[in-house]
Write a protein that binds this ligand. Structure first.
Ligand SMILES: *Cc1c(COP(=O)(O)O)cnc(C)c1O
Length: 401
C-alpha cells in the first residue's frame, strides 16, 4: 500500500520500523494509526472541495479518543451516533455547535443529554419530535433540530445502502412536510436537513448524482420548513480501495459538483453551510492491524499461518462485516518487506471458528512464528466494530503514532 514506506525488511509507520513499534506497544495484536496520514487526507480533501463546504468526521468509523481528539482539531465538526460517542466528542474538545447526533433509536435519556449539550439532533422519527418538545420545555433550552430524510432514491454502487426504499433511518421524504409542521407547532429550533444515502462508494459519478438529488430534495422540502435552513448535510459515502482492481475515488469531480451546489446554495439557502460527513475515507487508510505468527502448519497441501489475532479484533478483514463475497484485505509480512511473495498461504486467527480468516490463499513472503502480519486499510470499522469478547482472548491495543 503506497501510503506507507519501508526501510529494508521493515514496514514503517510514523517513521518507526514495525518490529520496534511492536516492542513499544509491548504486545500483539495492535492497531496503529498514522497522524501524518490523517492530516494529509484532510488536506487533500480541503484542496479538492470548495472552501465553504464543511467537513465532518463521522466518529463511528474510529472512536478511539486520541483519534477523535486529533480529528476534532482538523475538521469542522464531529458526527456522533450515541451518548457514548457524544461524551468522547465533547471530551475531545469538539465545539457542540458543530456536533450532530444521528441514529434510529435514540433513547429519551440520550435526547435529553444532547439538548443539554447544545448539539444538533438529526431527528429520525415523529416520536423524537414529541419527546424533544417536552425536554425543551423542561430544560428551557430549545432543541436544535435537523430532519434526517429517508430519500426516495438510492446511492448507486454503494457497499451499504442506508437510504431509499423502506429503511429504519430517517423519516420518509413524503412524510417530512407533516413532521416539519409539527416542529413549527412545537417551536423547536429547526436548522436543516440531513441526508445519508450509503457507504463505501468508489464511483464519483454516483456520489455526485446522490448529492444533487439530495440537494434537490432538501430544496423541495425546505418550502415546508418553519424557518430558514442553516445546515444542509449531504452525507458522504466516500469509499476507499480494499480489493485488487479497486481504484481510488476521483475527488476532482466530486469537488466540481459540490462547487456547483454551493453556488446554488448561496441563493437557495442564504447563509447556510453545506456539510459532508465522512468516516471511513478520513481514517481508513491511515491504520494497520498487526498480529504475530504463532504457528505455521500444513494441512493436506495448504499452508496456514496461525496468528494471535483475527475476527475478534478485526471483523471487517475477516469478511464478516457486510461483505457479500469474502475477499482478502491487503496483507503483508511487515518485517519481511524486501522478500518476494513466494508462497500461497492462508492467515487465520486463534478462534475456534472457520470464519476466523485474515487472508485466504494469498501470495505472501515466507513467514515463521514470531513474524508480524499486517492488514492494511484498517483504520476504520476495526476494533470498535469487532466482537472482542468472543472466545475470551485479550483485547486489542490501539496507538496513534
Ligand atoms: C456510518 C455513517 C457515516 C460514515 O460512513 P462512512 O462510510 O464511514 O463514511 C456517516 N453518516 C452517517 C449518518 C452514518 O451512519
Amino acid at each position: 500500500m503506497d501510503q506507507f514506506s519501508t526501510n529494508g525488511p521493515q514496514l514503517l509507520l510514523g517513521g518507526f520500523p514495525l518490529s520496534q513499534l511492536a516492542e513499544r506497544v509491548g504486545q500483539t495484536p495492535f492497531y496503529a494509526y498514522d497522524r501524518n496520514l490523517l492530516r494529509s487526507r484532510v488536506d487533500e480533501l480541503r484542496s479538492a472541495l470548495p472552501e465553504n463546504v464543511k467537513l465532518h468526521f463521522a466518529m463511528k468509523a474510529n472512536p478511539m479518543p486520541a483519534i477523535v481528539g486529533f480529528m476534532a482539531g482538523l475538521v469542522d465538526g464531529i458526527d456522533v451516533a450515541s451518548s457514548g460517542e457524544l461524551k468522547i466528542a465533547l471530551d475531545a474538545g469538539a465545539n457542540p455547535h458543530e456536533v450532530s447526533f444521528a441514529g434510529p433509536g435514540k433513547r429519551d435519556s440520550e435526547l435529553r443529554q444532547a439538548v443539554a449539550a447544545g448539539v444538533l439532533i438529526n431527528v429520525e422519527s415523529f416520536r423524537e419530535i414529541d419527546i424533544l418538545a417536552t425536554i425543551s420545555q423542561e430544560l428551557e433550552l430549545p432543541a436544535r433540530i435537523a430532519v434526517r430524510v429517508n430519500p426516495d432514491f438510492e446511492l448507486k454502487g454503494s457497499g451499504m445502502k442506508m437510504g431509499g426504499g423502506p429503511k429504519q433511518f430517517g423519516v420518509d421524504a413524503e412524510l417530512v412536510p407533516e413532521l416539519l409542521a409539527k416542529i413549527g407547532e412545537y417551536k423547536l429550533a429547526f436548522e436543516g436537513f440531513h441526508l445519508f444515502a450509503g457507504s463505501q462508494n468508489l464511483k464519483a459519478e454516483s456520489i455526485c448524482d446522490a448529492q444533487q438529488k439530495s440537494y434537490d430534495l432538501a430544496l423541495a422540502l425546505s418550502r415546508h420548513a418553519p424557518s430558514p435552513v442553516s445546515f444542509l448535510n449531504l452525507g458522504g459515502g466516500f469509499g476507499i480501495p480494499y480489493f485488487p482492481g479497486e481504484k481510488r475515488l476521483d475527488l476532482t469531480s466530486i469537488g466540481q459538483n459540490l462547487m456547483l451546489l454551493s453556488k446554488r446554495a448561496s441563493s437557495d439557502f442564504p447563509g447556510a453551510s453545506l456539510v459532508i460527513e465522512l468516516g471511513r475515507f478520513l481514517v481508513g487508510e491511515a491504520g494497520i492491524y498487526v498480529s504475530r505468527v504463532i504457528d505455521r502448519k500444513v494441512s493436506r497441501g495448504q499452508t496456514f499461518l496461525v496468528v494471535d489475532g483475527g475476527l475478534n479484533h478485526h471483523l471487517s478483514a475477516s469478511g464478516n462485516f457486510g461483505q457479500v463475497i469474502r475477499k482478502n484485505y491487503p496483507v503483508t509480512i511487515g518485517n519481511r518487506m524486501n522478500a518476494s511473495n513466494n508462497e500461497i498461504v492462508s492467515v487465520v486467527g486463534p478462534l475456534c471458528t472457520p470464519l476466523d480468516i485474515l487472508a485466504d490463499r494469498m501470495p505472501l513472503a515466507v513467514a515463521e512464528p514470531g513474524d508480524l502480519v499486517v492488514v492494511f486499510q484498517s483504520g476504520a470499522y476495526g476494533a470498535s466494530a469487532s466482537p472482542q469478547r468472543f472466545l475470551g482472548h485479550p483485547e486489542v491495543i490501539e496507538i496513534l503514532v
